[in-house]
Design a protein around this ligand. Structure first.
Ligand SMILES: Cc1cc2nc3c(=O)[nH]c(=O)nc-3n(C[C@H](O)[C@H](O)[C@H](O)COP(=O)(O)OP(=O)(O)OC[C@H]3O[C@@H](n4cnc5c(N)ncnc54)[C@H](O)[C@@H]3O)c2cc1C
Length: 502
């Protein structure tokens, strides 16, 4: 049996990018994925001939010289991606009961644009964008430079995003506007650390892009590159257990009983799932049970709306709408006032001036889908339906979110041809995250070190990569993959190599 240099479990962006970096260095790698499609949250599906994104709607920092462009160029995929730049003067628009507020691209322009709505806050806004730049500049791998940040030096980990924003501006509405896209990181007023807000928002303010024909292309090109460098990708291959010897893991065992031997194992799956696979006695029970008490970020209910041809004008921006002035209480909805917020992402076919698909995304707690939690809808546990009551429940939810979208975007509802919904159960089944959590373990400013993982685990030849490390999102996960690969190859060696390749 072949012994791989690295066996990577899970083909989310983090798994694929880590595998590619190692394969480029001559390591023999194999990526094992439980689903048919690679990519995890990058997966797409098609309905009524429209391509629908599941977990990536837009990307930040893909302009020349920016962080993602530099890493994707090193991966040799940047030139292949079909990208559309979002509206420079307002790529995100926050809709509050008090009005609509655009986020412009470019730090200077961002502050200038919002100053026209809040003239007294011009200085505060300048300081705010300067601070955003300071935060991203603090992380060497974000600057594509060697080095790692000691968590103790990350002062933005210990203050909440809500308090941090309030330190720059006084206007209560502007404070809400600056946090208005917190669906991107499932913002929580008590726990979300400032660096999660700053790094996420800053990456888009630098430049914001949509992937034409969906995010699946990113996974496809990464798999192509892995294979080009001698690596392997196996779909329909769910890792169900591990075997170890002398304190190290030696073998990954799949649900079907197939075995893959490796010198190193890299987990791109949720830490809870990884811990369940460790052979008895290889890690202390206290370590595993401490991690398992960490709360996850919430899941989402998304209505994927296929629009009638030629009816709803295409928008080169995203919309974040709120029913209440306090954006931070969106997740504390009750069944009666759900949804308190939504985000809308639009896509079109070629250069059509009309929207083909609009994804309406909102937060949802797992308790809502608990009654159907015993049903599974993905390989290998296919059951045809979760039941008629589930379909009825989904239809009621769709109606509510369409009504809210229509209030914010008049004419929207009449332009919808058909709707397909994803719930926290869909994300649980297709990505494997517990309770359908969108972004994995919630980073928490109150217990900063407990919720941030190192790529190293308690087992010396086992590593982690992906959104549960430093940061989620395409920028965050790409950086995590570089950090994980750097842990194996040497951070300085790898970063210097990436720098000199550009
Ligand atoms: C609804 C939603 C919208 C989002 N929108 C955006 C956005 O617009 N922009 C942005 O930048 N980010 C967005 N994100 C976040 C971003 O998509 C994720 O942070 C990122 O893709 C996660 O990548 P990952 O490498 O951690 O792996 P994941 O995507 O979590 O993939 C994990 C993979 O592991 C596989 N797996 C699980 N268990 C096993 C097993 N036992 N054996 C084998 N394989 C297994 C899964 O099938 C999956 O393919 C969004 C996320 C969600 C959920």
């Amino acid at each position: 049996m072949a012994v791989y240099d690295a066996v990577i479990v899970g083909s989310g962006l983090g798994g694929l990018a880590t595998a590619l970096i190692l394969a480029k260095e001559g390591m023999r790698v194999i990526v094992l994925e439980k689903n048919r499609q690679p990519g995890g949250a990058l997966q797409i599906f098609s309905r009524d001939k429209a391509i629908i994104d599941t977990g990536v709607h837009y990307l930040g920092s893909l302009g020349k010289g920016e962080v993602l462009e530099r890493y994707f160029s090193y991966f040799n995929i940047y030139d292949k991606l079909k990208l559309e730049k979002l509206d420079d003067s307002g790529f995100d628009r926050v809709l509050l009961p008090s009005g609509e507020y655009p986020y412009a691209q470019g730090f200077h322009q961002y502050a200038e644009t919002l100053s026209t709505y809040f003239p007294k806050e011009k200085d505060g806004l300048k300081k705010y964008v300067h601070a955003l730049e300071e935060v991203i500049g603090h992380f060497p791998v974000y600057r594509v430079e060697p080095g790692l940040v000691n968590p103790v030096e990350n002062k933005w980990m210990q203050v909440t995003a809500k308090d941090w924003i309030a330190g720059f501006v006084n206007d209560p509405i502007l404070r809400q506007v600056l946090a208005g896209t917190h669906m991107l990181y499932e913002g929580n007023p008590e726990s979300t650390p400032a660096y999660v807000h700053a790094m996420t928002v800053a990456s888009y303010i630098k430049s914001a892009w949509r992937m034409v024909d969906g995010g699946g292309q990113l996974a496809k090109y990464l798999v192509d590159e892995i294979k080009k460098h001698g690596g392997e990708f196996r779909n329909y291959t769910e890792v169900a257990g591990l075997r170890g010897k002398n304190g190290e893991i030696t073998t990954a065992i799949t649900r079907q009983g197939e075995e893959f031997e490796g010198k190193k194992f890299i987990f791109n799956i949720h830490p809870f799932l990884m811990l369940d696979m460790f052979p008895e006695g290889m890690v202390r029970k206290g370590y595993a049970s401490r991690i398992k008490t960490l709360p996850n970020s919430l899941g989402t209910f998304t209505a994927h709306c296929i629009m009638k041809p030629g009816q709803f004008a295409y928008r080169r921006h995203n919309v974040y709408g709120f029913t209440q002035p306090d954006v931070w209480n969106a997740s504390q909805y009750t069944t009666n006032d759900w949804p308190r917020s939504f985000a809308a992402f639009f896509s079109r076919r070629a250069d059509s001036s009309f929207t083909e698909c609009a994804n309406l995304m909102t937060l949802m707690r797992f308790e809502e889908v608990e009654p159907w939690s015993k049903s599974f809808r993905t390989y290998p546990h296919f059951s045809d339906s979760r039941g008629e009551d589930y379909e009825e429940w989904k239809a009621q939810k769709i109606e509510k979110i369409l009504n809210l979208a229509n209030e914010c975007m008049p004419g929207f509802k009449d332009s919808v041809q058909s709707v397909y919904a994803s719930t926290p159960l869909s994300y649980r089944d297709y990505i494997g995250s517990p309770e359908g959590s969108m972004y994995g373990i919630r980073k928490d400013a109150r217990s900063p070190y407990a919720s941030v993982f190192s790529p190293r685990t308690k087992i010396s030849n086992v590593f982690m990569t992906g959104q549960n490390l430093n940061l989620h999102g395409i920028v965050g996960v790409t950086i995590s993959s570089v950090i994980t690969a750097g842990e194996i190859l040497g951070n300085e060696y790898l970063l210097n190599k990436i720098r000199s390749s550009g």
